[in-house]
Design a binder for this molecule. Structure first.
Ligand SMILES: *Cc1c(COP(=O)(O)O)cnc(C)c1O
Length: 405
């Protein structure tokens, strides 16, 4: 399929290019000592991950450990409550450990093992990435150092407990505001010193090359399964696919299966409390081009070019940028990016729970909320939503803040 001058039949061969660019976005904007470490990962990725041994081992793990393929469910009652459009969800909430993140963490940890590394390193904010990586590290018998701000450690006690039970070292970062930004800095600093023995595992489709590509490819299992399952279930393709976008990994996983099809693609960003700076994390909608955390993309920045403060009810979407491929697909018009606010999200959280018996992650509830809005506008057809994770982690907060609806 041709779209705005891009041939999507050959898209995956051409994007990103060998330097990690999707058009003008992406790249690797990092100090020289880190560059060497990233180049080592890039080279290993291109050779090891294309080997049939790696591919078949990952395939076996997906099936026997993660419980893949995850199903697609038809949401008959939710669809009927809105109109004639049929809504479906891809059930990443049923992936082992309850979300899509394990898809790329297992890939990254398997790569670490093949590279002969003893350890994986990462930062975590809310702890979701830390838990997924700790799970993968335990499976492969790798050490796991998770850097986490002191403030976040207090706020996210259950995830800290999970990581520790899984055998990870949770390293407290006390500098500055002691949240995600400081944790990123501390983890990169440690990696610069220790890269001979370990690899850094980025938690979404962002960061310096090769991570946006690598994470997309590890997540593409979602889109590949979903396309095949949807065709088998309904005999046709969905009219639209929808995913929430934080850094953009679950969205790239689903979208990559449908880029070359006549299917509308929607990424949903968190509008939080509203459009004022500091009240949302809708980086593509309100941001501009810039560089942070090693890559060029669209981002929310203050006057000094520093990451702007962001907010969302969903801690997994609370990031001032999105991966470079989303910026590229946005400029191209191949995917559309829109927003839903906290209120609409909580409403969708309860609707899906009440009408379908599925408690969604508050991140995924953004995509569900948007799907419900879109279903009202369309008079017929079908929508496939990526249900990126389950909502157990969000129940206490939602009830405390919003009550039972
Ligand atoms: C982390 C997380 C997200 C956001 O991350 P992406 O990289 O944008 O997919 C979405 N849903 C859930 C359940 C998460 O844990």
């Amino acid at each position: 399929m041709n779209f705005n001058g891009i041939d999507f039949n050959t898209y995956f061969k051409n994007y990103p290019d060998e330097n990690g660019y999707f058009g003008k976005y992406g790249g690797a904007y990092i100090p020289d000592d880190l560059k060497q470490a990233m180049d080592e990962i890039t080279e290993a990725y291109y050779t090891i991950c294309k080997s049939s041994k790696f591919i078949s081992e990952l395939r076996r793990i997906r099936k026997e450990f993660q419980g893949r393929p995850t199903p697609i469910s038809h949401l008959a009652r939710l669809s009927d409550s809105i109109g004639n459009v049929q809504i479906y969800v891809k059930r990443e909430d049923l992936n082992h450990s309850g979300a899509h993140k394990l898809n790329h963490c297992m890939g990254e940890a398997l790569l670490a093992k093949y590279m002969g590394k003893k350890k994986v390193i990462a930062e975590t904010g809310a702890g979701q990435h830390g838990v997924a990586l700790a799970t993968a590290a335990a499976y492969f018998g790798l050490e796991c150092d998770i850097y986490m701000g002191a403030v976040d450690i207090k706020k996210q006690a259950p995830n800290v407990a999970r990581m520790k039970i899984l055998g990870a070292n949770v390293i407290e970062v006390t500098q500055g505001l002691a949240t995600l930004k400081e944790a990123v800095d501390a983890a990169f600093e440690a990696y610069t010193k220790e890269y001979k023995d370990c690899i850094y595992c980025i938690g979404s489709a962002l960061g310096p090359h090769p991570f946006p590509r690598m994470v997309r490819e590890f997540q593409s299992v979602v889109g590949i399964e979903a396309r095949e399952q949807f065709l088998e279930m309904t005999g046709e393709l969905p009219d639209a696919v929808i995913a929430c976008v934080g850094g953009g990994s679950n969205a790239m996983g689903l979208f990559s299966g449908f880029l070359n099809d006549p299917v509308d693609i929607y990424g949903v960003e968190p509008l939080g409390r509203g459009p004022a700076i500091g009240d949302h994390a809708a980086s593509i909608k309100y941001g501009k081009e810039g560089i942070m955390h090693g890559f060029n993309s669209i981002m929310l920045m203050d006057e000094n070019g520093e990451p702007a403060p962001v907010y969302s009810i969903a801690s997994g979407l609370d990031y001032p940028s999105s991966g470079p491929e989303h910026a590229f697909l946005h400029d191209l018009g191949r995917a559309k990016y829109d927003v839903v606010d906290d209120e609409e999200t909580v409403d969708a959280f309860f609707k899906l729970s009440r009408l379908e018996g599925i408690i969604p992650a508050i991140e995924s509830s953004h995509a569900v909320a948007y799907g419900m809005k879109l279903a009202k506008q369309m008079t017929k057809g079908s929508i496939l939503i990526n249900l990126s994770g389950r909502g157990d982690k969000d129940m206490d907060y939602v009830i405390e803040k919003y009550g039972i609806r």
